[in-house]
Design a protein around this ligand. Structure first.
Ligand code: NAD
Ligand code: MG
Length: 394
């Protein structure tokens, strides 16, 4: 039996993870579940999975949660409140695997703590890797932790890498990665109409059901930009070795191009339980609960290049990884602030890349040599993006 801690249990990835756990109760025992504010979902999950600990980050919701469990079947469960508790549960001795599924920079410290503690890190929270880059990969190496990608593209690439491949290693026989993207909801929308798109349109992804932030990132293709950076780190590649390919059917989840001309692809229905089950069972395999792929229903698959004019966020991400240092951190922080402002209907969809680009222009790519430096860059970039938004609205 392996002990699992699910950080961000109440989100889209968290819920899919627990669906897979439920199918393999003989292999996985839930040790800890965490939520930010959604205590109703957390309560139901705790009743079902009986973890030893539940964490609620939001203080007020945490107090409500403690009241809520009184007199119930989970009354004796330990409840921790606040962000520090995320690190605490991610490093518990009886936790073997940590699903890092918090959205955004809020997931960094707990994911990094799991890496430093030598856990098997199931990494969905791409923002934490984009921010901390080499520091994260170094922590994995030094503690002999296992890093298994959950992001569907990176999980696909991992599956297509040479046998026995370990994340972060060199694989010179793999010369290129073809990183697939659905193209999101605005793949064919006339560019001049993009400034009028609504939040509802932006979060309505054609192929995947996901949290709101990553759905907006998919619409701007910042998601693909963050994934390009993520791929450089996970597979030790240069940005030039990664080709973004728009594949609207989302059946191929990415490909690896080998020096002999062989191209290996991983395919499957677009359902996150597939990469989650792959990582949880690795190096073996088990049932994910996903229906078999109906290849005749797929009929045909299309591939097209991604336009950097249509998707300036992708261009900015490529610029950030090429600049290196703290630039990916700045890009990510400014994006989080801009996306939040768009979701709050304060700015337009097309303002998102403008705010990020202007924020990035205020920074130079100093070396990301310590966590303090990274957290400082993150904080400053958020302030910068906030002030850009203020200027824009003035
Ligand atoms: P979501 O919004 O559905 O869920 C986010 C989770 O994080 C929730 O459990 C929430 O309680 C928690 N959370 C939010 N803010 C927090 C905070 N400040 N402190 C602590 N916890 C907080 O998001 P999601 O779609 O499940 O995505 C989670 C992560 O996985 C993201 O990094 C995303 O990029 C990545 N990812 C998601 C998908 C997908 O299909 N949903 C696919 C690939 C990668
Ligand atoms: Mg992805």
């Amino acid at each position: 039996m392996k002990g699992i801690c699910v950080l961000g249990a109440t989100g889209s990835i968290g819920v899919s993870t627990l669906d897979v756990v439920k199918r393999h109760a003989d292999l996985y025992k839930v040790i800890a579940l965490t939520a930010n504010t959604n205590i109703d979902t957390l309560f139901e999950q705790c009743i079902e999975f009986k973890p030893e600990v539940a964490v609620v980050v939001n203080e007020q919701k945490g107090a409500e949660f403690k009241e809520k469990i009184k007199g119930t079947a989970i009354a004796s469960m330990s409840v921790l409140i606040g962000a520090e508790a995320l690190v605490e549960v991610a490093t518990l001795t009886n936790v073997d695997s940590v699903m890092a599924a918090i959205v955004g920079a809020a997931g960094l410290l707990s994911a990094l703590a799991a890496a430093k503690a030598g856990k098997t890190v199931l990494l969905a929270n791409k923002e934490s890797l984009v921010m901390s880059g080499d520091i994260f990969m170094q922590a994995i190496k030094e503690s002999d932790a296992k890093l298994l990608p959950i992001d569907s593209e990176h999980n696909a690439i991992f599956q297509c890498m040479p046998a026995g491949y370990v994340a972060g290693q060199d694989a010179p026989e793999a010369r290129r990665i073809l990183l697939t993207a659905s193209g999101g909801p605005f793949r064919t929308t006339p560019v001049e109409e993009l400034h009028n798109v609504t939040v509802d349109q932006a979060v309505a992804h054609p192929k995947w059901s996901m949290g709101r932030k990553i759905s907006v990132d998919s619409a701007t293709m910042m998601n693909k930009g963050l994934e390009l950076i993520e791929a450089c780190l996970l597979f030790n590649m240069q940005p030039e070795q990664i080709q973004v390919v728009i594949h609207p059917q989302s059946i191929i989840h990415s490909m690896v191009d080998y020096v002999d001309g062989s191209v290996l692809a991983q395919m499957g229905n677009p359902d996150m339980r597939i990469p989650i089950a792959h990582a949880m069972a690795w190096p073996e395999r088990f049932d994910s609960g996903v229906a078999p792929l109906d290849i005749f229903a797929v009929k045909h698959m299309d591939f097209e290049p991604a336009s950097l004019e249509r998707f300036p966020c992708l261009r900015l991400a490529i610029e950030a990884i090429k600049a290196g240092g703290i630039m990916p951190t700045v890009l990510n922080a400014a994006n989080e602030i801009a996306v939040e402002a768009f979701l709050d209907e304060k700015i337009r969809f097309t303002d998102i890349p403008v705010i990020i680009e202007k924020s990035m222009a205020e920074f130079s790519a100093t070396e990301a040599d310590s966590l303090e430096h990274i957290l400082d860059a993150d904080k400053q970039a958020r302030e910068q993006a906030h002030s850009m938004i203020k200027t824009l609205l003035a």
